[in-house]
Design a protein around this ligand. Structure first.
Ligand code: 9WN
Length: 443
């Protein structure tokens, strides 16, 4: 068995260990519940070898969907445990529209689910049956985002840094500096994360105070604010919107599989993509950046998530410029492999091991590789996929990696690292995949 085959076997064993019977824990000690975008990535990794599990993973997440259409960022496996913020903190059960069967958070994460559903549907035996079982819920999820979150410039807003999935990204420093969690407004809390992994690798106390305060503001309004214009944190994030545009394009394909009307999805994908390129482009940085809706200011921080704009049907000239900028921040990892730090090495805010402020994250590399493959840059996509394999091979199945040394940081046994290692390996060798017809049936 080759080294690469051994690594893939190890990745499958890790996913087996983290499987609960209906979903996969992102990491057994640090994240013991079900997280939204983690489940989508894990489903993608399981699609080939464990298709039933991949389908169950998405369906169990969607079982936590709210009546509003919101897919919550956490579906709790148990209501009382050591995780913070726990189910009682979010208190979903006291909110209108919350699911009856499960306790959840009241905020969301990037909508990668339709993309995952497409990948899974093209690999399972009854792709059509699977799509029929989730299409309505995926549509309701996007309906929620377009109706509740698209308020300005045709772009969806996030109302909490956790909604970006990139919690302490330096892109939030300025928007968060304007948030004032007065001590008397802050509910008392005790962090658990810093007793599980190194505090130096995690967000600071200053950031956590603001996370807790913002979650509390949203909770006090039942997570359905009637006056969202008054919220203290409102951001147009590139990754969030680009993934939504790409997911809408996926719903067009999925609608075709089951004979549903693709019209609205095609319209939304087109309009959202145009808004991303019109409003989030930074000419000086040569890439897309986030927009602080409260301050009406375009960010000056070139975070790696910005490269995901390539997922949103970029005009050719924009794509060419983005790829040029991307080449400038990729780090050579030897043997035809490159890695993408979450913030460019050498940027004044760069911290090699602190969470989303410099370390390499496998899900961002995988999304950017996908975007490169879809915009006509297969060699560069393959460099990134090799980068994923090199990082995991040398550093282990960690949550994130120091781009200077390759060392793994954060939690070990991290599920999406394993899942996307599998996906990246399969994408690199299409011969190993079962061929499928466009409607999802086996050839
Ligand atoms: C808060 C589970 C999640 C990921 C996020 C990552 C981290 C949680 C935390 O872990 O966030 O949701 O406690 O820091 O930033 O992307 O989904 O893996």
């Amino acid at each position: 068995m080759s080294n690469s085959d051994k690594l893939i076997e190890e990745a499958h064993r890790l996913l087996d260990r983290n499987w609960t019977g209906s979903s996969t824990r992102p990491a057994p000690r640090l994240y013991p519940h079900q997280w939204s975008w983690d489940s989508a990535f894990i489903g993608i990794g399981n699609a080939g070898r464990s298709p039933d599990r991949a389908m169950t993973e998405l369906r169990s997440l969607l079982a936590g969907q709210w009546g509003t259409g919101l897919v919550p960022h956490i579906v709790f496996a148990s209501e009382l445990d050591d995780y913070f913020p726990s189910a009682p903190f979010w208190d979903s059960r006291s909110c209108d529209g919350a699911p009856v069967g499960s306790a959840t958070s009241g905020i969301c994460q990037p909508p990668v689910h339709a993309m995952a559903a497409g990948i899974i549907a093209r690999r399972v035996d009854d792709g059509k049956g699977f799509v029929s079982s989730v299409f309505e819920q995926l549509t309701a999820w996007h309906d929620y985002l377009f109706s509740a979150r698209v308020l300005v410039n045709g772009l969806a807003e996030i109302w909490h840094p956790w909604e970006s999935g990139m919690d302490n990204s330096p892109a939030w420093d300025e928007p968060l500096a304007a948030v004032d969690p007065s001590p008397h407004d802050l509910p008392p809390y005790r962090r658990v994360d810093v007793s599980v992994v190194a505090a130096a690798d995690r967000p600071t106390a200053w950031e956590y105070d603001r996370y807790v305060y913002l979650a509390d503001v949203l909770r006090s309004r039942g997570y359905v604010p009637l006056d969202p214009e008054t919220l203290p944190f409102r951001v147009h994030d590139v990754l969030f919107n680009a993934v939504l545009a790409r997911s809408e394009a996926e719903l067009v394909r999925l609608a075709g599989m089951i004979g549903a009307d693709p019209g609205i999805h095609a319209d939304r994908a087109r309009a959202l993509s145009e808004s991303i390129h019109a409003h989030l482009w930074s000419e000086s940085l040569g890439m897309h950046v986030d927009f602080d809706v409260c301050a009406r200011a375009l960010s000056s921080v070139p975070i790696a998530g910005g490269f995901c704009a390539l997922l949103a049907a970029p005009p050719a000239s924009v794509a060419a410029r983005v790829v040029e900028t991307l080449r400038g921040v990729l780090r050579d990892a030897g043997e035809g492999a490159s890695i993408l730090p979450s913030l460019p090495v050498g940027h004044r805010g760069f911290e090699p091991t602190r969470y989303w402020r410099g370390p390499v994250w496998i899900n961002i590399m995988w999304l950017v590789a996908l975007a490169l493959a879809e915009t006509g840059h297969p060699e560069l996509a393959e460099r990134l996929r090799r980068g994923i394999r090199t990082l995991v091979d040398n550093g282990g199945f960690f949550e994130y990696f120091d781009p200077l040394t390759g060392a793994g940081h954060g939690s070990d046994d991290f599920s999406w690292t394993a899942a996307l290692l599998i996906a990246a390996s399969e994408e690199a060798s299409p011969a190993g995949r079962t061929a499928r017809t466009p409607d999802g049936s086996a050839r």
